[in-house]
Design a protein around this ligand. Structure first.
Ligand SMILES: NC(=O)c1ccc[n+]([C@@H]2O[C@H](COP(=O)([O-])OP(=O)(O)OC[C@H]3O[C@@H](n4cnc5c(N)ncnc54)[C@H](OP(=O)(O)O)[C@@H]3O)[C@@H](O)[C@H]2O)c1
Length: 271
């Protein structure tokens, strides 16, 4: 099984690759792109209040004919209203009774403090509006504060994760692993989308030639090897198929070590 589900600390399972709706805008085309991802075989949609396209994702889910329990839906509290109204609005826009995973989009939204905001997240889970609860963009110190006060542990922390930020983010992933918090990696493809010309390029080409793969597939396979859930996106059907097929790519230990080393070598100034 290429992208096998990962078991979370609350006993549920999360599909290990997600289709994200961040840059998709809104309107009919957005709905069609989410629908395309579902048709290709994605079963995990990652949205957020601030992306302003939860209703398009909801339309796509209904148009797909998939059963509610066959799609895993993540959305995030982005501070656009109080959290109690936000989760209800998100469920209404998505056309669902509950989301599978609800995240605090960033630590700055945890006001007046992390324990108080987390108490509200716990109530959302208690009320059945989210099966699982977690956070996003938390660093180790913020996770520590959260774990120290939580009645219900967060299941996941969604973070920026690609080879050029490995030195900064590896401790966050390691802390999560020690405490049963799965890391979710977004923007894994930044080395090719934002920073072409870095020390990874030649290495990716060599690995791609050997495996008959595309660079984006190698980067996703690298993230998978780190044990994280991958949150990615594309407007193109062929690329989405490639992302799913990347679950079958067999990177060697030396491929992964070489990508880590090139990432560390090129870290300076590449965010
Ligand atoms: N929690 C947070 O704060 C946070 C922040 C950022 C993102 N996210 C989540 O993560 C999702 C993915 O974020 P992302 O878009 O930054 O992820 P990404 O997986 O790094 O990038 C996806 C983009 O890469 C492009 N791409 C793929 N292969 C390429 C290639 N060979 N050459 C050039 N471009 C290529 C795709 O463009 P095409 O459409 O042309 O294929 C697509 O726009 C978001 O939608 C969101 O759900 C969360």
């Amino acid at each position: 099984m290429p992208w096998s589900p990962i078991r979370l600390n609350d006993g549920t399972e999360i599909p290990s690759i997600a289709f994200g709706t961040w840059k998709l805008g809104n309107g009919q085309t957005t709905m069609e792109r989410v629908n395309q991802a579902l048709e290709v075989g994605f079963t995990h949609i990652d949205s957020a209040q601030v992306y302003r396209n939860e209703s398009e994702a909801g339309d796509a889910l209904r148009a797909s004919g998939l059963k509610r329990e066959d799609v895993y839906i993540t959305t995030k509290y982005s501070g656009r209203a109080d959290i109690e109204s936000s989760i209800r609005n998100s469920c209404n826009y998505l056309g669902v009774d509950y989301v599978d995973l609800y995240l605090i989009h960033g630590p700055d939204l945890a006001v007046p403090d992390i324990p108080t905001m987390w108490g509200k997240m716990e109530k959302i889970k208690d009320d059945g509006l989210a099966k699982s609860i977690g956070v996003s963009n938390f660093n180790v110190q913020e996770l520590r504060t959260l774990v120290a006060s939580a009645r219900i542990k967060p299941v996941a922390n969604q973070i920026l994760f690609h080879p050029y930020v490995l030195s900064r983010q590896a401790p966050v992933v390691a802390y999560g692993a020690r405490h049963g918090i799965v890391s979710e990696a977004y923007s894994v493809l930044i080395p090719i989308t934002r920073h072409p010309g870095g020390p990874l390029d030649a290495l990716l080409q060599t690995i791609c030639q050997r495996l008959g793969a595309e660079p984006e597939q190698v980067l996703l396979a690298w993230a998978k090897a780190k044990g994280v859930v991958v949150v990615t996106s594309s407007t193109k059907k062929a690329r989405l198929e490639g992302y799913l097929n990347a679950g079958d790519l067999e990177l060697t230990t030396s491929d992964i070590e070489a990508i880590d080393a090139a990432g560390l070598a090129g870290a300076n100034g590449r965010r």
